[in-house]
Design a protein around this ligand. Structure first.
Ligand SMILES: [Zn+2]
Ligand SMILES: [Zn+2]
Length: 113
């Protein structure tokens, strides 16, 4: 079974290689996805190759520090969820749609600085 998009109970958001997002390092905005290849095995956040070590731990977890604060969901991803056909069923069930709206507001706010 593929794992394009799933739900992370830990972070209450979507994960999987079908989810595009920015590296969670605060000073990095490289595009990554939330597939297994980009996830820290401890904090379960996604990082680019520069910020995820070969042991699949991020800088913070590798040093036993507090994990980074997850970034807001990227707007383009939220728009995809809103408009893409593959999400029609999910939208009809209004699953996580309130959460989606909250994310959109957070993403807008982050964009405006
Ligand atoms: Zn980590
Ligand atoms: Zn990075």
């Amino acid at each position: 079974m593929s794992y394009a998009v799933g739900w992370s109970r830990k972070h209450k958001r979507w994960i999987g290689y079908g989810v595009d997002c920015a590296c969670e390092h605060p000073e990095c905005s490289k595009e990554v996805d939330r597939g297994m290849g980009c996830l820290c095995t401890k904090c379960r956040l996604a990082f680019c190759g520069d910020h995820l070590y070969a042991n699949y731990k991020c800088l913070q977890c590798d040093e036993g520090l507090e994990p980074f604060t997850p970034k807001p969901e990227p707007l383009h991803w939220l728009q995809h969820v809103r408009t893409d056909e593959t999400w029609a069923k999910c939208r009809a069930e209004s699953k996580n749609m309130q959460q989606l709206e909250a994310w959109e507001r957070a993403a807008q706010a982050a964009k405006q600085g």
